[in-house]
Design a binder for this molecule. Structure first.
Ligand code: AMP
Length: 284
């Protein structure tokens, strides 16, 4: 936003705490939006939603090494700090930008151990160490910033459920607020990883949302989840995706379902196009 002041940055935990403590002394409510940077309109929408839940909005930008598997894209994950700070102009009040050594100092030896939604057999089946890394860094961020609210996108639906469970189980005094998935005009869910897609892959990528929508229609029409999701997996494979999973699950527990009613159902998928792994999900 031209004319608005640049977002302040806190590169250390001490600086974050100093600023947030000042806001608290003034009686202001604080919201945290954890991100890995390479910000897009989906991230910005979460930060704008945060403003509805708090007087001050902190956006953390930290590419968290512990949530990447050994063969994943940690090294090539996009790092675009200057653009990110520009995107937060007029949107966030503070960008927390810690160094890896600050978050994981030598001797770091503590990890959050998870069950429930973290072991639902979706992302965890293909990224077995992912949620331990996510939960550990999010717990640290929540303890460091002490926000009243923290916002997470439904785009990473299993992650949202994992964090909601962890916060309840650990009695962390923070309100977890979900934000809707922002999509490109052709339906592709916005993601920092979309920039990996070649031009050809980019034209195919929205198929994942179209297929999810069709499977949801079939489920609403009474088709059995096993049949509807099998068709969806075939449709994705026919377009050139390597499908990790496409499943219908109970929306809160992420437990498998035999039929759609009366459960509240979420359809979740992950599939690879070339070197890029895409995930998406929709309500049924
Ligand atoms: P990330 O930087 O990918 O770790 O994402 C940071 C936060 O932004 C997470 O809570 C994501 O779920 C959320 N997010 C990512 N993509 C989108 C999107 N397309 N719409 C809304 N939120 C998103």
């Amino acid at each position: 936003m031209p004319g608005s002041s640049p977002v302040a940055t806190a590169p250390t935990v001490a600086e974050l705490r100093r600023i947030v403590d000042g806001w608290r002394r003034d009686g202001l409510k604080v919201a945290l939006v954890p991100t890995m940077g390479a910000l897009h309109a989906g991230h910005v929408s979460l930060a704008r939603l945060a403003r509805e839940h708090a007087d001050r909005v902190v956006v953390s930008i930290f590419v968290n090494p512990t949530q990447f598997g050994p063969s994943e894209d940690f090294g090539r994950y996009p790092r675009t700090l200057q653009d990110d700070l520009e995107a937060l102009r007029g949107v966030g009040d503070l960008a927390f930008t810690p160094a890896v050594e600050a978050m994981y100092p030598a001797g770091f030896a503590t990890t959050i151990s998870l069950e429930g939604p973290a072991t639902a057999g979706l992302e965890d089946r293909f990224r077995p160490t992912h949620f331990a890394g996510v939960a550990t860094i999010v717990a640290k961020l929540l303890i460091q910033a002490g926000p009243d609210a923290a916002l997470f996108g439904e785009k990473d639906y299993q992650q949202l459920k994992v964090i909601t469970r962890m916060v309840a189980d650990l009695d962390l005094p923070v309100n977890i607020v979900p934000g809707p998935t922002l999509r490109e005009e052709d339906g592709l869910a916005m993601s920092s990883r979309n920039r990996y897609l070649s031009a050809d892959e980019r034209t195919v990528a929205p198929t994942i949302y179209r297929v999810l929508s069709t499977v949801a229609d079939h489920l609403r029409g009474g088709m059995a989840p096993a049949d509807a999701t099998a068709r969806g997996r075939q449709a994705l494979a026919a377009e050139g995706f390597d499908v990790d999973y496409l499943e219908a699950r109970e929306a809160e527990s992420l437990n498998p379902i035999e039929s759609v009613s009366p459960a509240s159902v979420r359809l979740l998928a992950a599939a690879r196009l070339g070197r890029t792994r895409l995930i998406d999900n929709i309500a049924v």
